[in-house]
Design a protein around this ligand. Structure first.
Ligand code: ADP
Ligand code: MG
Ligand code: ZN
Length: 552
């Protein structure tokens, strides 16, 4: 047995390496720059920790979150590996003590935040340390093309020059698009790196898209087993609402978002990690680097904004390799919103992200295949038998006739209204607005009264995303014809819709209540922020808040 195998056994208690780990460790120990790309839970930490133990001197680990550093260091200490971290939460005395230990090589690993690398005092001390490796965790944060861009990561490349030893860089990430990969290597100025990319397939995860009539009821069904679960919502308010709901129903549940105090966040996070509360409801602020192996389920209560963050979040389920599920709640409102964002936005990257996730949500194909395609992997299968589409939980229905009714109605309403009012007229609803406009006299008034609101909205959403309808307007989102509309109207084109969860939809007569609320605003705000971070400029205005309001 060679020594790295012994170290694996002795400290971690594992008998064999996972794919890629050994190669990466050997490359690091031979002094080469390294880039390790593995999915969440793939085992990246050990790839720099073992060299740190094996080699003389100190490994500097750059890590984006304090909670993450603390977890890792606690874990290492409990295994008998000497490690420490520097954060501004420590007193100056404590910080100086850690720096002293690092200079004397009394620890093997020192975890720091990227911000620390902007601190002159710290930089001046680096030359006194015998640094054998700089490990960059969550390295995609350096790329503006990634979904977690952190400006302070840009301070990392120059750090090497402060070290008397000119150590190698080892960059790790679970974000795998080619563009981000290239960007990381370029930004870190990696020199002929040894690169390893693990397969992103997670065979133990069952992917599904569900389209619940009532999201909250669906949550209760899914959570019946009380297994450890993460529920991602798009806004703080939704997080709090879903949390309050589950709590009222007697679940052991915590929550997490950026609006909580650091103490609250730590408490909820730890209660979750140690299974005191098996369920956590969170925004996407939660989870980076969290190593909880027994999460059985990740639920996306709202549609995510891009595939990369979706997969990373979903990938937090089943890290122990046992069966686990990733469930995404589909809503036609989210589809419309995202289409509007695409329509009115002007950033090609955001557009591609939104488009990808929209197609994922409405596809009838194998979900796993779509994911792997996205990550530039060529899956060896057409169907995986382990996703809601392969398991036959979806059905394809021809909605051409319904589309024709919808188009006629929009036409008769002079193409000046949004989804809500068009749906009301088709259903034959009686309200002041309809009467005032005389829509109750239209020949299309009530021609879809047998259909549920949700069904009609789903079809409209699909028509928009297939460009049979255009959604635009400066003030309000208005449905208008496109060049393709007429083909559908005359049945020269046909439109098929994937229906998720067919069993649940057999008796959906009555109007479905979807939870719209301030979701749209928050989603838009988040997107604006993303885009601002990506382009390094203040965000453009996508469309007015009033326009958003009218969609709800
Ligand atoms: P990530 O790639 O997301 O950073 P981690 O490094 O946190 O993943 O590892 C995920 C889990 O896999 C951890 O619990 C870790 O101990 C475990 N693990 C890593 N390597 C191995 C291995 N060779 N054998 C068994 N378990 C491993
Ligand atoms: Mg990690
Ligand atoms: Zn499949």
């Amino acid at each position: 047995m060679n020594t790295i195998n012994q170290t694996l056994k002795q400290y971690y208690g594992y008998t064999s390496f996972r794919p890629g780990q050994q190669g990466i460790i050997e490359a690091i120990m031979s002094g080469r720059d390294v880039m390790g790309i593995m999915p969440t839970g793939g085992g990246k930490s050990l790839c720099y920790q073992i060299p740190a133990v094996e080699m003389d001197g100190l490994t500097l680990v750059i890590s984006p979150l304090i909670s993450l550093m603390k977890d890792q260091v606690d874990g290492l200490l409990s295994m008998g590996i000497r490690a420490g971290f520097l954060t501004s939460q420590l007193s100056l005395d404590q910080q100086n003590e850690i720096i002293r230990q690092a200079i004397r090589s009394e620890i093997d690993l020192l975890y720091v935040s990227p911000e620390r690398l902007e601190n002159d005092y710290f930089l001046s001390r680096l030359s006194q340390m015998n640094i054998n490796l700089i490990a960059v965790d969550e390295a995609h944060c350096i790329s503006q093309w990634g979904h977690d861009f952190r400006p302070s990561y840009q301070a990392i490349p120059k750090v090497r020059a402060y070290c008397s030893t000119y150590p190698p860089f080892a960059a790790f990430t679970a974000t795998a698009t080619q563009k981000v990969r290239e960007d990381i290597a370029e930004k870190l100025e990696l020199d002929d790196p040894y690169a390893f990319t693990a397969s992103f397939d997670r065979p133990n995860l069952t992917f599904s898209i569900v389209h619940p009539k009532k999201k909250q009821q669906k949550l209760l069904d899914l959570l019946k087993d009380k297994e450890s679960s993460v529920i991602y919502c798009n806004t703080r308010k939704n997080v709090e609402r879903v949390h309050a709901f589950l709590k009222k129903k007697g679940y052991g549940v915590g929550y997490y978002h950026a609006g909580l105090t650091p103490e609250e966040r730590t408490r909820y996070q730890e209660d979750f990690l140690y299974d005191k509360t098996p369920i956590i409801v969170a925004t996407n602020a939660f989870g980076m680097g969290i190593d909880k192996s027994n999460v059985r389920r990740v639920i996306h209560y709202n549609m995510p904004l891009d595939m990369e963050s979706y997969y990373q979040e979903a990938g937090r389920a089943g890290r122990d390799g046992a069966p686990a599920e990733a469930v995404l709640f589909y809503s036609s409102q989210d589809i419309i919103t995202n289409n509007l964002l695409i329509e009115q936005g002007n950033h090609p990257h955001a557009k591609k992200n939104l488009n990808t996730i929209i197609s994922y949500c409405k596809t009838g194909q194998c979900l796993r295949k779509i994911i792997l395609d996205y990550f530039d992997e060529t899956p060896q299968f057409e169907t995986c038998d382990n996703c809601s589409n392969c398991n036959g939980e979806t059905e394809l229905v021809d909605v051409t006739k319904a589309c024709q009714k919808i188009l006629s109605c929009i036409y008769r309403m002079n193409q000046q209204y949004g989804m809500g009012l068009v749906t009301d007229v088709l259903r034959g609803k009686d309200n002041a607005r309809i009467r005032a406009q005389g829509f109750d006299d239209l020949s299309t008034y009530g021609i879809m009264k047998e259909s549920a609101d949700q069904e009609i909205k789903d079809i409209i959403a699909l028509m928009v995303s297939e460009q049979f309808l255009h959604v635009g307007g400066d003030q309000y989102p208005i449905l208008k014809f496109t060049e393709k509309s007429v083909d559908l109207l005359h049945a020269r084109s046909q439109l098929l819709m994937t229906r998720h969860q067919k069993a649940e939809r057999t008796n959906t007569k009555q109007a479905a209540v979807e939870e719209y609320d301030e979701t749209l605003f928050e989603q838009l705000r988040a997107l604006r922020k993303d885009i601002a971070a990506e382009i390094g400029k203040p965000p453009f205005v996508v469309f007015t808040d009033k326009a958003l309001m009218s969609m709800a």
